[in-house]
Ligand binder design. Structure first.
Ligand SMILES: [Mg+2]
Length: 380
């Protein structure tokens, strides 16, 4: 089955509210849809959750000629051909304006995102060609997949304690596990939020996500303060530049499980989080980097080290992979439609979330259909 073309659709929905993480605002819900066509009439769809979108789209445009004519079912051959771009001088056509023959340097996150979108589309094609959902293609048996309710941002113009009702609402809706942000206030301010959330959610699991807010000493102080409220995991506590060894030192200072991996680009980064970082939950996001192919590799490495996988975002993709992973833990879902309007608007068909569980269908591929009216409305 020959690849005949690649089309990209970048969309961005401006949000009505600014959702702050510890240090960064979330203002738009965006996605790049990657459409790969074949000579047998099967079309696969990949999705990329990465930035800057324009740079990723340019890379995808340049990748089109590299993969056109390749066999769509030979996903490893495609993956390695594209991955070579991160280290070789072979792609001088890709940046003619800058006269920069070594294309890979400096744009590796965007290249890894482009690879992700193509790889996911090829897996979608493989499933459709065989008439199998991805979870079955990977050998799993279908059952509901555990999901947790993610949110708890610092909403601009709102009390930081708005999180209390929000988290309680998710538990009321059936979630057994919820996640909120931390690191956007001082430790005393976050302690107030966390303690009140704990009171409001009973014995539900509570994860906290710092989005790389702290130094090692700050993170140590924070988790030692928060821990009495029964924290299930402490996610991305440390600044990005000390995210492996520093995390390993933090792991020796707290009994709370550490979670990380959504910002990693490849299996070597995950290896370091596992070997040096002492993580217990691995959160690699295959829509940000490397696709399904890299996800399977990092999942195998995590499993051998007793680490569960709980990927970041995009449950319509990651749900299949969590179901098929022996160490699959849960998918991340965003119950607030104001934070994640695309979950409500982007599909005419997709997996369903009911009572805190993700339900995958028997439909081939990833089992979602795009609502192209939504794509046209939010196209950038
Ligand atoms: Mg996170």
């Amino acid at each position: 089955m020959i690849i005949t073309g690649l089309t990209t659709h970048a969309i961005a929905v401006p949000l009505g509210t600014v959702f702050w993480m510890s240090r960064e605002p979330y203002r738009t819900d965006s996605e790049i849809i990657v459409e790969v066509t074949t000579d047998e009439g099967i079309t696969g769809y990949g999705q990329i959750h990465g930035r800057p979108m324009a740079e990723i789209v340019t890379i995808l445009d340049n990748f089109t000629e590299l993969i056109t004519g390749m066999d769509a079912l030979e996903h490893l051959a495609v993956w390695h051909k594209l991955f070579d771009v991160t280290t070789s001088r072979t792609r001088e056509k890709m940046d003619p304006d800058l006269g920069q023959p070594h294309f890979g340097a400096g744009k590796r996150p965007q290249i890894m995102a482009a690879i992700a979108g193509i790889d996911i589309a090829l897996w979608d094609i493989k499933g459709k060609a065989l008439g199998l959902p991805i979870w079955k293609l990977l050998g799993a048996k279908n059952r509901p997949v555990s999901a947790y309710g993610s949110g708890g941002y610092y909403e601009q113009g709102e009390s930081p304690l708005k999180v209390v009702d929000e988290m309680a609402g998710y538990v009321e809706a059936g979630y057994r596990a919820v996640k909120m942000k931390c690191g956007g206030l001082d430790v005393a301010g976050d302690l107030e939020r966390i303690s009140k959330v704990r009171e409001s959610i009973g014995d539900a699991w509570l994860m906290i996500d710092a989005n790389s807010a702290y130094t090692l000493e700050q993170a140590t102080d924070a988790i030692q303060t928060f821990a009495e409220h029964d924290i299930f995991w402490f996610e991305e506590p440390l600044h990005w530049y000390d995210s492996a060894r520093g995390l390993g030192r933090l792991a020796t200072r707290t009994h709370v499980a550490l979670a990380s991996g959504e910002s990693e680009l490849h299996r070597w980064g995950i290896r370091d989080l596992v070997d040096l970082g002492g993580i217990r939950y691995m959160q690699f996001d295959c829509t940000r980097a490397g696709g399904v192919t890299e996800f399977l590799r990092v999942t195998a490495y995590a499993e051998m080290h007793g680490i569960m996988v709980a990927p970041h975002h995009d449950p319509q993709i990651h749900g299949h992979l969590v179901l098929a992973a022996p160490n699959g833990f849960a998918v991340e879902t965003f119950p607030n439609p104001e934070r994640d309007p695309l979950w409500t608007e982007l599909y005419t068909k997709r997996p369903e979330i009911r009572s805190g569980m993700l339900h995958l269908s028997e439909d081939p591929g990833f089992g979602f259909d795009i609502d192209w009216r939504t794509v046209d409305r939010y196209r950038v």
